[in-house]
Design a protein around this ligand. Structure first.
Ligand SMILES: NC(=O)c1ccc[n+]([C@@H]2O[C@H](COP(=O)([O-])OP(=O)(O)OC[C@H]3O[C@@H](n4cnc5c(N)ncnc54)[C@H](OP(=O)(O)O)[C@@H]3O)[C@@H](O)[C@H]2O)c1
Length: 282
């Protein structure tokens, strides 16, 4: 088992599914784990359960609705006021919305939660990441990115007909492109950045939608990996000595794998970066 004693890890979306298993395992390996999720009561319950199961008391809740840029800023401030550095940032919180919704700041929900929160949180925690001897940023993406395109003229589906899968695959492509663009910017530093596909995993994913879509996701989850299996690549990238220094890659089943051709378009990555800077108010 890898030794994470003394390492400080942030796991977003750690109250269910892949994020919950990842947080548990990192705590079991001795890390200090900060659980960032939207529901304060669930965060507290998860922290208590992880402490009990692992005997590691260095597990803390920092609740935040990550679809809100203001709450991303607040939780980043809280982290920076509490901890001197960050060794692992696991950007995992994500969802699919089958009808168009907007965040507290009026941004289309999928883009706000799945992409802008990864982008802004990573940016705000960058000095803490650079303060660690070697730090890892991990974006939980999806193979759904392969059917995604970044519609630079309308990322929020304001003018075209909304598609939940279109918005989701776009956001997951953005996770991969963000990882590649950031890895390029961080070349020669001690911070690595990678993205991953967890597989098709039986979690709460999609069930937030209720109705027919909720039932379809329920049905889908009977044919998929367990959350324990789905979390393996996240845990591997967060903890394995095998990937020390490895950066700018896409992983599946703990192995690097090519991502979609579109994700390697450096010009599009840079355009996405500029758009994200603007939308995140940086
Ligand atoms: N499941 C799959 O088959 C699959 C496949 C490919 C990629 N992924 C990716 O894997 C990641 C994790 O998904 P999952 O399957 O584990 O889903 P999940 O079981 O629904 O868990 C999602 C986590 O994110 C949290 N979350 C949701 N909205 C949030 C918000 N606004 N602010 C803060 N936290 C929020 C949830 O909190 P609550 O506990 O309060 O709901 C939960 O902890 C996502 O990025 C997803 O795109 C999943």
């Amino acid at each position: 088992m890898s030794d994470l004693q003394g390492k400080i890890c942030v796991v977003t979306g750690a109250t269910a599914g892949i994020g919950l298993v990842s947080a548990q395992r990192l705590a079991q390996m001795g890390a200090t784990v900060v659980v960032v999720s939207r529901n304060p009561r669930k965060c507290d319950e998860v922290v208590e359960a992880i402490r009990r199961q692992t005997g590691n008391s260095a597990v803390e809740a920092m609740p935040a609705d990550l679809s809100s840029l203001n709450q991303v800023r607040a939780v980043a401030r809280r982290f920076l006021d509490t901890y001197p550095r960050l060794d692992v940032l696991l950007n995992n919180a994500g969802a699919i919305f089958t009808s168009r919704q907007v965040s507290a700041e009026g941004i289309e929900m999928t883009w706000a939660l799945n992409h802008l929160s990864y982008f802004l949180l990573t940016h705000l925690l960058m000095d803490a990441l650079k303060a660690a001897p070697s730090a890892r940023v991990i974006n939980v993406s999806s193979d759904a990115h392969r059917i995604g395109t970044i519609a630079f003229d309308d990322v929020q589906f304001s003018r075209r007909r909304y598609s939940g899968f279109g918005a989701y695959s776009q956001s997951k492509l953005a996770n991969v492109m963000h990882a590649y663009a950031l890895a390029r910017r961080l070349e020669g530093t001690s911070v690595t950045v990678n993205a991953l596909h967890p597989g098709a995993v039986a979690t709460n994913f999609g069930k937030n939608n209720g109705g027919l879509w909720g039932r379809l996701f329920e049905l889908f989850s009977r044919f998929t990996l367990s959350p324990e299996e789905g979390a393996q690549t996240s845990i591997y990238l967060a903890s394995s000595p095998e990937v020390a220094g490895v950066t700018g890659q896409y992983f599946y089943r703990c192995r690097p794998k090519p991502s979609s051709p579109a994700s390697y378009d450096v010009q599009a990555q840079e355009r996405l970066w500029e758009l994200s800077v603007e939308m995140a108010g940086l």
